[in-house]
Design a protein around this ligand. Structure first.
Ligand SMILES: [Zn+2]
Length: 102
């Protein structure tokens, strides 16, 4: 069982991951859940949605509604501010890997 401190530690990785995909193409919540699971992060919708909400509230993601096959879905894309933060996160991730051996 993950402790709070460990969850917090990996939250940053998850957020960077989300920003990266938002920079590639718009995604919806369930798609992101499966994508994160594919990368070994086990989290529920109840954990993911507050993270998406925080990124949106911070101006890093924007949300839009789209109708796909008769269903309304909320899609997320990156904002200009989000792109800047992602670039900075990439620099910091490279720096970190250089230090810890990636
Ligand atoms: Zn991915």
């Amino acid at each position: 069982m993950e402790t709070k401190v460990i969850r917090k530690l990996f939250l940053g990785f998850i957020q960077v991951h989300i920003l990266f995909h938002a920079s590639q193409e718009p995604f919806f919540g369930v798609w992101m859940l499966e994508e994160l699971q594919r990368h070994g992060y086990r989290l529920s919708a109840g954990t993911l949605y507050p993270i998406l909400h925080d990124l949106e509230a911070g101006g890093l993601l924007k949300r839009e509604q789209r109708v796909v096959e008769g269903r309304v879905r909320k899609y997320y894309t990156i904002t200009a501010k989000g792109s800047e933060v992602l670039e900075e996160a990439k620099r910091k991730a490279r720096e970190l890997l250089k230090e810890i051996g990636g």
